[in-house]
Design a protein around this ligand. Sequence first.
Ligand code: SF4
Length: 504
Amino acid sequence: MSLTLYLPLDAAALALGADEVARALQTEAEARGLDLMLKRTGTRGMVWLEPLLEIEENGLRMGFGPLEPADVPALFEGAFEDHPKALGPVEQIPFFARQTRLAFARCGIAEPLDLDAYRAQGGLKGLDRAMTMTPEEIVAEITTSGLRGRGGAGFPTGIKWKTVLEAGGARKAVVCNADEGDSGTFADRMLIEGDPFCLIEGMAICARAVGADRGYVYMRSEYPQAIATLDASLRIAREAGILGDHFDIEDRVGAGSYVCGEETALLNSMEGKRGTVRPKPPLPAHKGFMGRPTVVNNLITLASVPAILSEGAEHYRSFGLGRSLGTVPLQIAGNVRRGGLFEAAFGMTIGELVEGVCGGTASGRPVKAVQIGGPLGAYFPRSLFDTPLGYEECDEAGGLIGHAGLVVFDDTAEMGAMARFAMEFCAVESCGTCTPCRIGAVRGIETIDRILAGDPAAPEILTDLCETMRAGSLCALGGFTPYPVESALRHFPEDFPPAREAAE
Ligand code: SF4
């Protein structure tokens, strides 16, 4: 008897014991004289079910999880559907079935370094088409699709590419920002570990569109598994002629600074300089890496490109809401029952996602707040749960969608402490270039401490300070820190003690 099994090699699955399950599977199969074909894939993104084993049966992939080594022997006894961890067909699990997967369409299905499997699943179709188009036509296609930067700024990708295409200069570069530092986010890592050729294809299309001969992927040192997978995939892509003298990609590994996720600090870091923010202008599109015109795009932006080229801009823009077109890989973490990656068209409401899809908190207590957009994102209370997840919609509600990370808190969370943490985070991660952030964050911690101690003068000082940081900071680290601070104060006043005089 020959069986084909699939088990993720993704860092989250490994952390939850996937390798131990793999060893148990091999041992059990040997003991029974079975011929086992175990394929190590990326993850499907349903983290609460990891390690999630899939067994192919009658053309369907049946899921079992979260699996422990002790669950393995029962897989080989009786019918699969009788196993206590049986989940049925994986793609029919509601969390998965409700998604619209474009960027993550292949993630978790095949082995990440199997280029033939990538091609068989529609990979390289977008690049093949791009090779028949002029650079201007490719840029027009991206512009029509409505794709915007998935790193958080939401800047139209087509305009950025057009600027680099039209910039003078003998050499240009494409830089993938994979410095995924926001709390609760893991989409960049998951894509590289599960479908690295998708990123390579997106970067190759971008290079053809703007005339770049070099690409760089700036990654976090905290992602060793992703770095190894990317390096191996780059070698394979070179051997296959996808990369070469015409366009090649190398990776650059950061040293753990949050602000290096800001594009100009990232470029400094890539050039071997201290990771501090550069004033703009000049824009990186005019003068970026080593002074060359450079596209700096978030990894998810670039990973969205192959589907746009292969299926067409109109197909892509048929998803979404208002000016937020296409899909967004939402990453749900924190105190949540069913956490993971959920790629969907823009427009789902916060409540529908967190309570409908994800089932509320893991603790079983009521959801108190959801922080959206990383450590600099606003806290959304339940009263704003009907806010659709879109760039403008989150902005109108006083927040931002950022890199689409959502961290869920139950009703035991103390929002005064969370507001203080935001200022503390800014103080620790500040690059020190500008005063509102470098000094303001330290004063912010002191001022929140005064509020928590009941000082009646402190709230007004904090409001002034937030205004100064927002208006006077050179980059989003200082400029966005007021989001979590002010949203905590605005929506959860009960978590800040009344001023002493009022109390007395
Ligand atoms: S806001 Fe903060 S991180 Fe950004 S440039 Fe100013 S000091 Fe540096």
